[in-house]
Design a protein around this ligand. Structure first.
Ligand SMILES: *Cc1c(COP(=O)(O)O)cnc(C)c1O
Length: 480
């Protein structure tokens, strides 16, 4: 496909609005003006619309393809969330709108929306307070670990270590290391945290345990109450990586279960599409004793019912992101929670878990399922048995692309060899799940009979197999 630059024809334009009486270049200081016109492509409106519409269909997206990318929760997000966040009162506001003298801030409605979203997240998680600032799950993790560090510092605790299970997402140990902690890895047993392995490394120097629950194998941590008890005894805190909140939303509250700090990935769970590098939102909720350390300013509801900002936070860890984070995503999450209600959130969770178990049951005779028991919203399979045919998890993933399906997550979590990790999500129909399973089963059969066909996939896409390292390091972003 040609680039817009190659399609450019001198003098061709779209429909232009009439020229303003005073042009922008008349208003700007002369020394700020460009000396040369920018080399922009010249195209008609229709050329541009067709170019980008066709280009967009070369991507896999939830709007066009089933996308069972485990751990990432690539679910369909209802468009009413987009409509809500695009309402002019939200979309056209500016975080630096002035304060009305002696009154509420101009953006009082926006502050109210942030406050309401915090309130609903508190209700759904059982946490005491939330900050909406962090702009990604990973930034939420960093915020959470900095809050934990501030808590221990205020108590005079000398803590140097953070424990991460071997099933943890890479951002967990990376976050702990970035915050200055020594990362202690513990091996899982039967796919879960082993309380004995935890006890062996747990002492007064441990600041926290970072837990994803259900974990990245899609398994609920069965020893959770015991783990909470052990951590409390060592004055270590329990961190909840909420990337898998899709599996418990409306059914279990992290605050009630004993978690001290949680981050949620609103772009995985609550109405914002995930992928493309953002924008995301990773709000962090805390137990009461950590609330004084939250980033500021905090949105507050005054006794007269008005909304304002509290900057007077002497113990705050400071700002984590500008203003209130990614505001439009906060609005999407608010719309999502209000529209679904408590029962709707719980129902979404049930379908996410049901769909994953349905897929697991359909695939178990065709692919090895290392932890073959009831899973939560996702599960892992292994392609190890295809080793003898020279076929690997990567090859199955590539072959699925030819059939119009996005691949599952592969080679994660690291503890399963030739790992394929499926997360169908609650938004897919039985027909879609069946179509995907039928194709995957057929691919596995073809891999045994004629591995070459699978090793050559994808055959139908504009690019075949790349040297992924070189493609990332040495990007060619122009027409070949
Ligand atoms: C996605 C994910 C993260 C990181 O979230 P980002 O928003 O991508 O930064 C952390 N932990 C787990 C388990 C995840 O799946």
């Amino acid at each position: 496909m040609k680039t817009v630059f190659a399609k450019s024809v001198p003098g061709r334009t779209g429909v232009l609005p009439p020229s303003p009486e005073q042009s922008v270049s008349d208003m700007l200081p002369a020394d700020l003006l460009r000396r040369k016109r920018p080399a922009l492509p010249e195209l008609s409106e229709l050329d541009v619309v067709r170019h980008y519409s066709l280009l967009s269909h070369r991507n896999f997206s939830v709007d066009t393809n089933f996308y069972p990318l485990g751990s990432c929760t690539m679910k369909y997000n209802p468009k009413f969330c987009e409509t809500a966040s695009a309402l002019p009162g939200f979309a056209h506001t500016h975080p630096l709108l002035p304060q009305i003298e002696g009154g509420e801030p101009f953006a009082a409605g926006c502050l109210k929306a942030v406050w309401e979203c915090e309130r609903l997240l508190r209700e759904v998680t059982g946490m005491h307070a939330f900050t909406m600032q962090p702009m990604a799950g990973a930034q939420g993790e960093l915020t959470g670990i900095l809050l934990i560090a501030a808590y221990h510092r205020a108590k005079g605790n000398k803590k140097t270590k953070v424990i991460c299970p071997d099933s943890a997402h890479g951002t967990n140990p990376a976050t702990a290391a970035l915050a200055g902690y020594e990362v202690v890895n513990i091996a899982s047993q039967n796919g879960m945290i082993d309380p004995d392995a935890l006890a062996a490394v747990l002492d007064d120097s441990v600041a926290a345990l970072m837990m994803t629950c259900p974990n990245t194998l899609g398994l609920f941590e069965a020893h959770l109450p015991l783990i909470v008890e052990k951590l409390r005894a060592a004055d270590a805190l329990l961190y909840y990586d909420g990337a898998n909140f899709n599996a418990i939303m409306g059914r279990m509250r992290t605050g009630d279960a004993g978690f001290d700090v949680v981050h949620l990935n609103l772009h995985k769970t609550m109405g914002t599409p995930h992928g493309g590098g953002g924008p995301g939102a990773g709000p962090v909720g805390v137990a009461e004793r950590l609330a004084p350390f939250l980033p500021g300013p905090r949105v507050v509801k005054n006794s007269d019912g008005s909304f304002g900002l509290n900057h007077d936070l002497p113990h705050s860890i400071g700002k984590i992101a500008p203003f209130y984070g990614n505001f439009a995503i906060v609005i999407r999450a608010l719309a999502y929670m209000l529209r679904l209600g408590g029962n709707g959130l719980a129902r979404a969770t049930s379908y996410a878990v049901l769909n994953a178990n349905y897929m697991r049951a359909r695939l178990r005779d065709h692919l090895e399922i290392p932890y073959d028991r009831a899973c939560m919203h996702e599960f892992v399979a292994s392609a190890s048995a295809l080793d003898t045919y020279g076929v690997h998890a990567l090859d199955l993933a590539k072959a699925l692309l030819d059939k119009g399906f996005h691949a599952p997550t592969i080679y994660f979590p690291l503890i399963v060899k030739e790992c394929l990790m499926f997360e169908p999500t609650e938004t897919e129909s039985k027909e879609t799940l069946d179509a995907f399973c039928d194709e995957l089963i057929a691919i596995v059969e073809r891999a045994k009979k004629n591995p070459r066909e699978i090793l050559d996939a994808p055959l139908t896409l504009p690019v075949r197999r790349l040297d992924e390292t070189r493609a990332a390091r040495n990007m060619v972003l122009t027409e070949a």
